[in-house]
Design a protein around this ligand. Structure first.
Ligand SMILES: Cc1cc2nc3c(=O)[nH]c(=O)nc-3n(C[C@H](O)[C@H](O)[C@H](O)COP(=O)(O)O)c2cc1C
Length: 301
């Protein structure tokens, strides 16, 4: 009943592990999938290893957490080894990033035979110069990155966007016009800051970081709602989901699937089955036979 088709690929349910949370090893990706995720996304990785920022890289705040990990990752060849060890049935997206269209395309080409989808991270709010949100805040750069990857691979491309822009629909349309097959909305919001009352200094080593968790849900929902009106590709909603009612809101706003990140830190991987069970019960009680019928209900009036 919960099965969906995303860019032609069947998922057992619409809940997906978000990039950056438990996505660094085959063992943790397999574990998330076995725990009930309909698909999993790797931590974002680049061509070369990247150490990222020094600790502390995450701090809890009211309504969520702020993180500035700095896209730390062991690089493409290490990730290829992990992806080779995934269980056969795992539906997986490789989240990749780079500093130029060519770099994105180079990594993408190496992923074609290893993963079901690519997720282009052009949206990290605390990436180094030239990466992350500095691409996704510029419609032309976004177009160039998506186009370069589209020319390189035939697997579905998902572009993950940042809410930290004046007009998200403009960026979304750039990605769609360049050939993205789906959009993920949104990456963490920000940057935000948390001050240590003892020292008076920012807690994170990078000082500022991206905000995630329940406090950002209304903004993520607004992004999905707004972009749904102008694009014809599926949207994956993400930001602050902790329970099935949150998923319903995202589906109604126009998401075809959802991702879950921060909730896993508080609720564990059980969150996937809890949400799926709640969603299934809701659908049975309200006479819905497929998830698709819930998508975009907010726009039907
Ligand atoms: C600790 C942490 C690390 C993250 N790392 C990445 C990442 O590597 N790539 C990416 O696209 N998003 C990353 N994100 C953003 C999440 O995938 C997600 O878009 C965001 O946290 C909002 O969802 P949530 O409120 O369910 O966590 C990270 C989030 C957190 C909390």
């Amino acid at each position: 009943m919960l099965e969906i088709e995303l860019c032609g690929i069947k998922l057992t349910n619409p809940t997906i592990l978000a990039a950056g949370v438990m996505g660094s090893t085959a063992a943790s990706l397999n574990w998330a999938y076995r725990s009930g995720a309909g698909a999993v996304v790797t931590k974002s990785f680049s061509k070369e290893p990247n150490e990222g920022y020094k600790n502390p890289t995450t701090v809890a705040v009211e309504g969520g957490i702020i993180n500035a990990i700095g896209l730390s990752n062991p690089g493409l060849s290490a990730f290829k080894k992990e992806l080779n060890q995934l269980d056969n049935e795992v539906k997986v997206a490789a989240s990749i990033y780079g500093s130029s269209p060519g770099e994105f395309a180079e990594i993408a080409a190496e992923m074609e035979d290893l993963v079901d989808f690519l997720e282009l991270n052009v949206s990290c709010p605390h990436a180094m110069e030239g990466c992350g949100a500095s691409i996704g805040q510029d419609p032309e750069l976004t177009f160039a990155v998506v186009k370069a990857v589209k020319n390189e691979v035939s697997i579905p491309i998902i572009t993950k966007l940042t809410p930290n822009v004046t007009d998200l629909t403009e960026i979304a349309l750039s990605a769609v016009n360049a050939g993205t097959d789906a959009l993920t909305l949104i990456n963490s919001l920000g940057p935000g800051i948390k001050i240590d009352l003892e020292t008076g200094l920012p807690i994170l080593s990078n000082k500022v970081g991206g905000m995630s968790g329940p406090a950002i849900k209304p903004i993520a929902l607004r992004c999905v709602y707004e972009v749904f009106k102008v694009v014809d590709v599926p949207i994956i909603g993400v930001g602050g989901i902790v329970k099935f009612q949150d998923v319903l809101e995202f589906l109604f706003a126009g998401a075809s699937a959802v991702q879950i990140g921060t909730a896993i830190m508080y609720q564990g991987l059980e969150v996937f089955t809890e949400i799926s069970n709640g969603l299934e019960k809701y659908m049975l009680e309200n006479n819905y036979s497929k998830v698709e019928d819930l998508v975009g209900i907010s726009h039907k009036i």
